[in-house]
Ligand binder design. Structure first.
Ligand code: F6P
Length: 324
């Protein structure tokens, strides 16, 4: 293996830059040439490649976003797009590819390597933490800390004005951000796609809180909750809350994806980046690098994206008990 390409794809996540840095520097350490592909699969199709040096990754370990940029490529879903991408990788004499991203990225990598035989290693990078085969994905730790900071601020104003806030956080298919940030901020209720949302029960709990002299409350809604987003849920519950609450909605949105990575995200990014290069050099392919029980592990790409995820139901119970 003489030349390895690296790219970031899907929603950006804090820690991606630290990971690119680790891939580039470990590659150079082993005498391998590293090529950065810009804008994920879009750049692969357009041949937007750049040879990386040790200096091209200087001073990025602490920066959010991704210097390689990211995209959700529709063209890569087509046969023609994949063919162009393959031709470009071949012309560049790329021997292996490291894909930093989430489920969409890995589904694309699996399909592409099945078709063209390219060696791919994935690195779990998404704020959602929704991949099987790793305890934490890159960016998740930073995102939950960003969310906690925002909710703490909202709680200040909720308390001052005796208000009930519905706060929507990211997590299209997963409630990890909502659950952990909700527990950490003492939310009165946490609504996530992994558990059945009972709006009647929610109304009852909020009314019970009011009778027990709770003047302000926070409800965290994961954007993927089956009962709807925060605005939709408020429309449904508001008429039943007996005018006891002055209600506000906050959607945290993309603030959750930006910002300097936490120490844990930088450390995990560095470990996973190094492991991905080592894996390709050892002849591994078609696997995602993760960290489980503090050890580097490898999971087949198809398993990383397909396996049903389980949230810790005990955390929901704890949050419920502590919200009394
Ligand atoms: O990257 C994951 C994620 O942040 C999801 O939580 C969210 O639903 C989605 O990306 C938003 O994507 P986009 O920025 O493309 O709208």
């Amino acid at each position: 293996m003489k030349k390895i390409a690296v790219f970031t794809s899907g929603g950006d996540a804090p820690g991606m830059n630290a990971c690119i840095r680790a891939v580039v520097r470990n590659g150079l350490y082993h005498g391998i040439q590293i090529v950065g592909i810009k804008r994920g699969y879009e750049g692969m199709i357009d041949g937007d490649f750049e040879v990386m040096s040790s200096r091209s990754v200087s001073n990025i370990i602490h920066r959010g976003g991704t210097i390689l940029k990211s995209a959700r490529s529709q063209r890569f879903r087509t046969e023609e797009g994949m063919k162009y991408a393959y031709q470009n990788l071949k012309a560049e004499r790329i021997d292996g590819v490291i894909a930093i991203g989430g489920d969409g990225t890995f589904k694309g990598a699996k399909e592409f390597s099945d078709k063209f035989g390219t060696s791919f290693i994935g690195i779990a990078g998404t704020i959602d933490n929704d991949l099987y085969g790793t305890d934490y994905t890159l960016g998740y730790d930073t995102a939950i800390n960003t969310v906690v900071e925002a909710i703490d601020k909202i709680r200040d104003t909720a308390h001052s004005h005796d208000r009930l806030f519905f706060i929507e956080v990211m997590g299209r298919d997963a409630g990890f951000i909502a659950l952990n940030a909700g527990l950490a901020t003492g939310a009165e209720a946490i609504l996530i796609p992994e558990s059945v949302t009972n709006l009647e029960q929610l109304i009852e709990n909020l009314e019970y809180g009011w009778r027990r002299k709770k003047t302000s409350s926070i409800v965290i809604v994961a954007e993927g909750d089956e009962a709807g987003g925060a605005f939709e849920i408020v429309q449904k519950v508001k008429p039943h809350l007996l005018n006891h609450y002055d209600i506000r909605v906050t959607i945290l949105g993309h603030i959750q994806r930006g910002g300097a990575p936490t120490c844990m995200d930088r450390v995990r990014a560095s470990r996973m980046g190094v492991a991905a290069v080592d894996a390709l050099l050892a002849g591994r392919k078609g696997e995602m690098v993760g960290i489980q029980n503090n050890q580097i592990t490898f999971t087949p790409l198809e398993k990383a994206v397909k396996h049903a995820l389980e949230v810790n139901a005990n955390l929901l119970k704890i949050a419920e008990i502590l919200a009394l």
